[in-house]
Ligand binder design. Structure first.
Ligand SMILES: Cc1cc2nc3c(=O)[nH]c(=O)nc-3n(C[C@H](O)[C@H](O)[C@H](O)COP(=O)(O)OP(=O)(O)OC[C@H]3O[C@@H](n4cnc5c(N)ncnc54)[C@H](O)[C@@H]3O)c2cc1C
Length: 434
C-alpha cells in the first residue's frame, strides 16, 4: 500500500534496471543534488512483454527461466534491505516500463528521473520514449555499467574500432588502470527522505558466500572480498580460466555484473589493490583484459543498435545455416552426441552457468556442426544463463557465428581436440553425463 504525503517539495525518482546496487551510481549522486524528496523503483516486466526462445524475429527479450528470475528477486530483496538502511524504500511496479513510469511520474509530480545508462537496444528505446512523454520531468542519465565511461573513450561511438584488439590498444594508450576515470564514484551515504511510505515485507541482507550464485549486492561484495582478500586465485587466473568446471578457476563475477549488483569499477579497484598488496603479473592483468572485452561489446552494441540481433549480424554476412526444431531441441537438452557439448549443456541446465570455453564449444557446435541459425542458440542462452547480458551474449554469439567482430571471420572449434585439451580424463563429462 502506498501513501503520498500532502506537501510537494521537489521530487526525484531513481529507476533501477541492471544496476541493482547502492554503490557506484553516478546518476543517483546527481539526482540527490537536485531533489528534496526521493523514491526508488524497479519495473518488473509482465510475461507478455517477453518473447519465446523460438521467436527470433522479434527484438523483445526472451522470458528468463526460473533460476534467473530467482537471482533477480534475491537481488531486488537485497537492494530493498540496503535502501531501508538508508531510510528509503524500493517500489516494484509491474508491466511495461514506459507506461508504468510515465504515469507514476505524472501522478506524483516527479521533477527528476535518474537512471544508469544501458547499452541494450530495447532499453535505449524505452528511455527515449520516456524522455519524449515526460515533458515536465528532467531525465538524468549516469554511467556505471561499463568500466570505461563513454565520455572517456578516445573515439566516439560511431568511430568505434570494429574489432577488439585496436579497441584495447587505443584505450590502453589513453588510460592507465589506476586513473581516477576508472575509479568508482563515491558512495551515497545520505539520501533525501522518501515521498512514498510503502508497507512491504521485511527483508534481510543475503550475504552468504557458498560456492554458488546468490543474487544481490551484499553477496556480490562478499564474493569480491573472498576472491581478492581470501584467495590467491587472481595470481593464476589466466592459467585456470579455461577450465570447464571448478568454482575457483575463473572469477565468477558475471551474474552479479549482469544484474549490476557490483560495478566493474569496483572490481577493478579491488584488482588494483590486490596487485599493490600481493602480486601484479600477467594473470592479474588478464582479469582487466577480460573486463575490457565486456566493455568492447557494450560500447559496440550502442553503435549497431538493432543489427545486434540480426541474422546477418553487424557485418552483414548472411550465414548458410537454417533452423530445425528437433535438432535444436537436442542441442538444448544436451543430446547432440558430441559428449563435451552435451556435458556443457547439461551443466547449463543444472546450474545456470557455463565456462567461457564451454560456451565457445557449444556455440561452435550449433553453428558449424549442426548448421543451425545462431540466433536460436543466443536465445536459449538468454533464457538460461544467470549472467545473461544483452551485449556480451549476442556479441559473443555473433563472433562465433562469423557475423560479428571476429577479424578472422570464421571460428570453428575442433571438438575432439578440445575434448582432449580440456577434459583429457573425462572427469567433466562423467560428472554431467551420468
Ligand atoms: C557464446 C557466448 C555467450 C556469452 N554470453 C555471455 C553473457 O550473456 N553474459 C556474460 O556476462 N558473458 C557472456 N559470455 C562471456 C563469458 O563466457 C562469461 O562472461 C564468463 O564465462 C563468465 O564467467 P566469469 O565471471 O568467471 O568470467 P571470467 O573469466 O572470470 O572473466 C571476468 C569477467 O570478464 C568478462 N568477460 C570474460 N570473458 C568475456 C567475453 N568473452 N565477453 C565479454 N565479457 C567477458 C565478464 O564480465 C566476466 O565476469 C559469453 C561467451 C560466449 C562465448
Amino acid at each position: 500500500m502506498v501513501k503520498i504525503s500532502s506537501t510537494q517539495p521537489i521530487r526525484g525518482l531513481f529507476w533501477f534496471r541492471n544496476d541493482l546496487r547502492t554503490h557506484d551510481l553516478p546518476a543517483l549522486s546527481q539526482l540527490c543534488e537536485h531533489v528534496e524528496e526521493l523514491a526508488f523503483v524497479y519495473v518488473m516486466a509482465a510475461e507478455k512483454e517477453y518473447r519465446t526462445v523460438e521467436d527470433v524475429f522479434s527484438t523483445k527479450p526472451v522470458l528468463p527461466n526460473d533460476r534467473r528470475a530467482q537471482f533477480l528477486n534475491e537481488s531486488i530483496d537485497d537492494l530493498r534491505y540496503k535502501l531501508r538502511r538508508l531510510g528509503q524504500e524500493l517500489l516494484v511496479l509491474r508491466g511495461d516500463s514506459v507506461t508504468q513510469l510515465s504515469s507514476f511520474c505524472q501522478q506524483n509530480n516527479v521533477s527528476y528521473l535518474g537512471l544508469t545508462d544501458h547499452s541494450g537496444f530495447n532499453e535505449r528505446v524505452q528511455v527515449k520514449a520516456l524522455d519524449e512523454i515526460l515533458v515536465h520531468t528532467r531525465v538524468i542519465i549516469g554511467e556505471g555499467t561499463s568500466l570505461i565511461d563513454e565520455k572517456e573513450l578516445p573515439f566516439s561511438i560511431s568511430d568505434m574500432p570494429a574489432t577488439f584488439s585496436p579497441f584495447r590498444r587505443k584505450l590502453e594508450k589513453s588510460l592507465e588502470r589506476t586513473d581516477d576515470a576508472l575509479a568508482p564514484s563515491p558512495m551515497v551515504t545520505q539520501l533525501p527522505p522518501p515521498f512514498l511510505h510503502n508497507v512491504s515485507p521485511n527483508v534481510s541482507a543475503n550475504n552468504q558466500v557458498t560456492k554458488q550464485f546468490t543474487g544481490g549486492e551484499s553477496a556480490a561484495l562478499r564474493h569480491l572480498d573472498n576472491y581478492f582478500k581470501h584467495s590467491h586465485q587472481a595470481s593464476v587466473y589466466k592459467e585456470t580460466r579455461n577450465a570447464l568446471d571448478t568454482w575457483e578457476h575463473s572469477t565468477k563475477f558475471s551474474p552479479w555484473l549482469a544484474h549490476g549488483c557490483i560495478s566493474p569499477k569496483t572490481i577493478l579497484k579491488a584488482l588494483v589493490e590486490y596487485e599493490e598488496a600481493i602480486e601484479r603479473n600477467e594473470n592479474t592483468y588478464w582479469i582487466y583484459f577480460e573486463l575490457l572485452w565486456r566493455d568492447f561489446f557494450l560500447h559496440l552494441q550502442k553503435r549497431h543498435t538493432k543489427s545486434w540481433f540480426a541474422f546477418d549480424g553487424i557485418n552483414g554476412t548472411v550465414p548458410s545455416t537454417d533452423f530445425r526444431q528437433s535438432e535444436f531441441q537436442r542441442w538444448c537438452d544436451g543430446n547432440t552426441g558430441y559428449e563435451i557439448v552435451d556435458a556443457c549443456m547439461k551443466q547449463l541446465s543444472a546450474t545456470g552457468y557455463m565456462s567461457n570455453r564451454g560456451r565457445q564449444l557449444v556455440a561452435s557446435c550449433l553453428v558449424h556442426e549442426l548448421n543451425l541459425d545462431w540466433r536460436y542458440g543466443a536465445s536459449w542462452f538468454e533464457h538460461s544463463l544467470l549472467d545473461y547480458d544483452v551485449a556480451s551474449n549476442w556479441g559473443n554469439w555473433q563472433y562465433l557465428a562469423g557475423v560479428g567482430c571476429d577479424p578472422r571471420g570464421y571460428r570453428q572449434f575442433n571438438l575432439e581436440k578440445q575434448t582432449q585439451m580440456y577434459d583429457p580424463n573425462g572427469e567433466f563429462r562423467n560428472r554431467w553425463l551420468t
